[in-house]
Ligand binder design. Structure first.
Ligand code: ADP
Length: 497
């Protein structure tokens, strides 16, 4: 099938929506106000379900439960091995519900069902297992003091954590944040994005089945300016971990500072460069560049939205990229033949289209794509612009859609300069067989993750987070665990004379 014609013949897997209420202190409950909101299927704009709309009062209740579970409950007091056992059970339960969970993210976010089932959902179970493996290895160190003092550090859980998560990877982001904080012995309130509340509530149900004690993991669905803001400004939340836009990240940080000065970690947007040198494998390069921008319909904070190609292979690569973009199948994300579903909602859909219009107006050359597909749902054609100048909006802003900006360069120095010419610094890719070039460029780029001859090469053990205005504080790896721990120094005289 070709781009533009939505495939029809496949067996659609419709999820049953079992959980639509807030999960507080181990129970599914209505919001205090009794209000609910619609969650929408981006394939057709229809309502999937109504979900409880949490607000400040509900966050207060969730914080009370999390505080009691932290101060008096078993979770932080258990041995790491006991916590690990429960986390492993949680992971097994996720594995047993892979299809249902992938279907929820498919219908709620327009994510590909086949990839969810094969990759995203099994991967979140493995993220839980990775951190379960760390839970019994959290310890401080003995210090070498300069005076006759015995001193050591304790690593203690930071306390009640608020996780504010985005809609592009509802399952992945839930576990990138919940897993290390569970391992650390923290208790938490998770606020999923209002566009994608469904899988988070299902995870809450599985957490209870796994034996996570009441109050440890609470899920409050609702909107950002109400439920989200109540988390960042709460006086009894000890830390906020946020992933989302830079604009909201600033608000979260301000609210955290203005309330109880809770530490904040921010994983914000990106405008990640992929630099392709003349000696790169051209087939691999075109494949990575296309996947880098079109995977998850470009709703990826590390999308390779700026592709810099050295002049010697530019023409050949452009040809390949356009061919591949035209052959990329857009359609119903339940269809196993489809590689790109709809944008998450109407707002994002219109935002991406307006950036495309901007690009045209600013004088960039549209090589392929540039339009919405069909009259139902939020589908957009894979789009490639070239002749994109530094001051154009489509090169500066994070579009968060299937829109690539393609540029030509001559020298290594020029590539480094252009790639760093952004306020963001989340990730970057370098494709070359020349080790000197790879070493020089990887050390010169101001970005938190550098992929050499690969792209999207994530792993649980690999810390992920931004430089510059892409935020600070790492998710994943042991760095991702340490942000939920605090260091206490204990000092006592060696001799009592
Ligand atoms: P995007 O622009 O990708 O939709 P946002 O930054 O708006 O991302 O949203 C990311 C998360 O932040 C969502 O869970 C959203 O509800 C939440 N959020 C939005 N506004 C606020 C706010 N003022 N305070 C706290 N959280 C917010």
């Amino acid at each position: 099938c070709c781009n533009g014609s939505k495939t029809e013949s496949f067996n659609e897997k419709k999820p049953t929506i079992k959980f639509t209420k807030l999960f507080i202190n181990g129970e599914f409950v209505d919001s205090v106000s009794g209000k609910t909101f619609e969650t929408i299927d981006p394939r057709n704009g229809e309502v999937i379900a109504r979900v409880a709309e949490g607000d400040k009062e509900d966050i207060d209740l969730a914080v009370k439960a999390a505080r009691a579970a932290f101060d008096h409950g078993p979770w932080p007091r258990m041995s790491g091995a006991e916590r690990a056992k429960i986390m492993m059970k949680f992971a097994d339960l996720i594995d047993q519900n892979t299809e249902e969970l992938a279907a929820l993210d498919c219908v709620d976010a327009g994510k590909l069902f086949s990839l969810g089932k094969a990759i995203d959902i099994p991967d979140v179970a493995n993220t839980l297992r990775y951190y379960a493996g760390a839970a019994d290895k959290i310890h401080g160190e003995v210090l070498k003091m300069s005076r006759p003092l015995h001193a050591y550090t304790l690593l203690e859980p930071i306390g009640v954590v608020g996780h504010i998560i985005p809609w592009n990877f509802p399952s992945t982001m839930f576990f990138v944040k919940a897993s290390p904080s569970l391992a650390a012995g923290c208790t938490m309130i998770v606020k999923p994005a209002e566009q994608t509340p469904l899988s988070a509530l299902y995870y809450a149900h599985l957490a209870k089945l796994a034996g996570i004690p009441d109050g440890v993991l609470n899920v409050v669905t609702g909107f950002g300016p109400t439920a989200g803001a109540a988390i960042s400004s709460h006086m009894d939340i000890d830390k906020v971990s946020f992933t989302g836009s830079g604009e909201v990240g600033r608000q979260v940080m301000k609210a955290a500072a203005a309330s109880n000065l809770k530490p904040v970690t921010l994983e914000l947007g990106g405008k990640s460069p992929l630099i392709i040198f003349d000696d790169a494998d051209i087939e691999l390069a075109s494949e990575l560049a296309i996947i880098g921008i079109l995977y998850n319909k470009g709703e990826v904070c590390v999308a390779s939205s700026r592709v810099y190609v050295q002049e010697g292979i530019y023409d050949e690569l452009v040809k390949k990229l356009v061919e591949k973009a035209k052959a990329w199948t857009v359609g119903d994300p339940f269809d196993p033949q489809v590689r790109q579903g709809p944008q998450v909602d109407k707002v994002q859909f219109e935002k991406v289209l307006s950036y495309i219009e901007h690009g045209k107006r600013e004088g960039a050359t549209l090589l392929t794509g540039g339009k919405a597909i069909g009259d139902k749902g939020y589908y957009i054609e894979p789009t490639i612009f070239t002749d994109v100048k530094d001051d154009m909006l489509i090169l500066k802003d994070e579009i968060f859609g299937p829109v690539m900006a393609l540029m030509k360069f001559k020298t290594v120095e020029e590539a480094i300069k252009s790639a760093n010419n952004t306020t963001y610094g989340l990730a970057a890719g370098i494709l070359t067989k020349n080790l000197d070039v790879a070493n020089t460029v990887s050390r010169s780029l101001k970005a938190g993750t550098i992929w050499i001859n690969c792209y999207f090469a994530f792993d649980h053990d690999c810390p992920f987070g931004g430089y510059k205005m892409s935020g600070f504080g790492k998710d994943l790896g042991l760095d991702g665990l340490h942000k939920y721990l605090q260091v206490k120094s204990v000092v006592t005289p060696l001799y009592n004379s």
